[in-house]
Structure formats: C-alpha cells, structure tokens
Design a protein around this ligand. Sequence first.
Ligand code: ZN
Length: 226
Amino acid sequence: MKSTKIDDAALVVFSGGQDSTTCLFWAKAHFKTVRAISFFYGQKHSLEVELAEKIAKDAGVEWEMMDVSFISKLSTGCSLTDTSLEIEKEKNPEDTFPSTFVPGRNLFFLSIAAVKAREYGIRHLVTGVSQTDFSGYPDCRDSFIKSLNVTLNLAMDEQFVLHTPLMWIDKAQTWALADELGVLDLVRNSTLTCYNGVVGDGCGHCPACKLRREGLDKYLSSKQGD
Ligand code: ZN
C-alpha cells in the first residue's frame, strides 16, 4: 500500500563519520523531520555504529540500525571487513580499487533506505557521497546516484529524491559546511572517519585521516585569512 508522502521529512543514510554527520545536520536545517539509518555491514570498527546512535540521539533524530553483514560475505579482499587483512596505508596505484572498497555498498544502503523511507512515507533521502573525494569508489559518483534514483523510482513507482549535499565539494568545503551549520566542533570531536577506529582527529596516518586533516587545515587557514 502506498502511504501519504511527508514532503518535509528526510531519511539520512548515516555512518557516524564526518561526511554523513555533516549531512545529518544539513538535513535538519532543510527538513522539519529527520530520521537516520545506519548499517552494520561487518565492518571491523563496530564502534562506528555506536557513535552514530549517540550522535543521532543527541541531535534529537530518530535512529535505527539495519544489520546487513551479509554484504561482507558476498565478496572477499576488503580490508574494512576482512579481519585477515590490514587496512592499507596508501592505495597501490596498480589496483583498480582501494582495498577499502566494499562492492555494492551504497547500492545496498540506498536501496534498503529507500524501502524504509517508503514505509515511513518519506521521499527525500540524503547521502554523504562525494565525487570530489571519491577515493576510487565508483558508487560515490554522481552518475551512479542519478541512475539509482531513476531505478528506485521505477522499482517502487515512487518519486524519491536522492540528495547529495557533498557531491561537488571537497573536504575543506565539507568542514566549512559543518561550521556554517554550527557543528564544526561536534563533527571534529565526535565522529569517526579513521580506518584504525580512532574517534575525532583519528590516528593521523591512515588515508582517511590524512584526507580529513588536510581538509581541516585548509579550511581553518582559509578562515584565518578572512
Ligand atoms: Zn586514521
């Protein structure tokens, strides 16, 4: 059965990292009602899910977690989910994909989120993917999101709108957006981006920490320059 659409509500795909936390507050600024959905997909750092719950609850957002750990069993060789593998320090230039690539991840997340959204009568979905810093993940690109948006609408005869506030901005601009939304300190201190599971400023040497730190330094120095 089709439910009545709530046009001022959004469902955020929420990992508790820098990008999706910024998107959560972006959604709060643009929609009257915001819900968040997190996924446990067998990642080594399940702390991620605990942090996501805390951030969402502190933000007064309805939160839920879906266990989709079967995703990690579909393919091998991802260092985020395979405990026998070390998360690489740098991407090997000869590899097509980074070792942290989980094939189909955003396809599964957004499809599941869309079914849940439909259940709630929500048609706006928000995801923190970015083509600018896509780090070799094909499912972070704009063409994939646009294609999936069409597919989801055809699949369920719905009019979902996939919002990607970070699609064309870099990490420094993502920090600027968090600052604009009044949550720079919250994002800096309470989110987890680090591949080694260190909250806030992180371990400092994994690729995710480097990207995050470089963006923050760039933003803070541009702010001082004003
Ligand atoms: Zn790190």
